[in-house]
Design a protein around this ligand. Structure first.
Ligand code: GRF
Length: 220
């Protein structure tokens, strides 16, 4: 089975990269990471790529267009079929976004379109929502927009601070991103306007309440 070739763009820690590396370690997973690109030489995620024996490069180019040209060249040379942004903290050149339209995905730690941009967990706490979560979406020119592939919901707990909520969401990210990439690799995503239809998937039929309490009975 030919596996889909993924290029991952990172800027930092790389825990979502690690989740994809771990998923792809299973030969039955339909995608493999062929290159990791960082815009920062000190990104810890580069060490994760190295440990997994994955080709990794740094493009420390400060200019947006110049970075995009170099990244596009490297991705094309590696015959990448899908670009996965994983904690990539730079705004991408619009030409690059066009070149990879419908072939580039991102993960964001909120239930988009709520709380795009920086510090989404802090935004969620400030807004007082009872649920937040994470979203994998196709990338469009405006930051954190694009057809949504999959989402995971995570409850906000009473005593949460930004770190606690971020950690709970991150654990969900590590499950969601490999799933979304697998659906793409299996050809099961169909973009219809701003919606993504997923074939052969089971949708949950649950309603989750937060806080979850039994309704008071008339006798109680
Ligand atoms: C994640 O929360 C991701 O959703 C966001 O940036 C963070 C990157 O974390 N885009 P890591 O580098 O994958 O550990």
């Amino acid at each position: 089975m030919a596996r889909l070739k993924i290029g991952v763009l990172i800027s930092g820690r790389g825990s979502n990269l690690q989740a994809l590396i771990d998923a792809a370690a299973d030969p039955g997973y339909p995608a493999e990471i062929v290159i990791v690109i960082s815009n920062r030489a000190d990104a810890p995620g580069l060490g994760r790529a190295a440990a997994a024996g994955i080709r990794h490069i740094t493009i420390p180019e400060p200019g947006r267009a110049a970075f995009a040209r170099a990244a596009n060249r490297a991705l094309c040379e590696a015959r990448v079929e899908l670009v996965a942004l994983a904690g990539f903290m730079r705004i991408l050149d619009t030409v690059f976004v066009e070149q990879w339209t419908d072939r580039m995905v991102n993960i964001h730690p909120s239930l988009l379109p709520a709380f795009p941009g920086l510090h989404p967990q802090r935004q969620a706490l400030a807004a007082g929502v009872k649920f937040s979560g994470c979203t994998v979406h196709f990338v469009r020119a405006a930051v954190d927009t694009g057809p949504i592939i999959s989402q995971a919901i995570v409850p906000v707990e009473a005593g949460d601070d930004e770190d606690g909520l971020s950690a709970r969401i991150l654990a969900a990210e590590h499950r969601l991103y490999p799933l979304a990439v697998r659906l793409y690799a299996e050809g099961r995503l169909h973009i219809e306007g701003n919606r993504v239809r997923v074939t052969g998937a089971t949708m949950p039929d649950i309603v989750v309440l937060n806080p979850a309490e039994r309704l008071a009975s008339p006798s109680g």
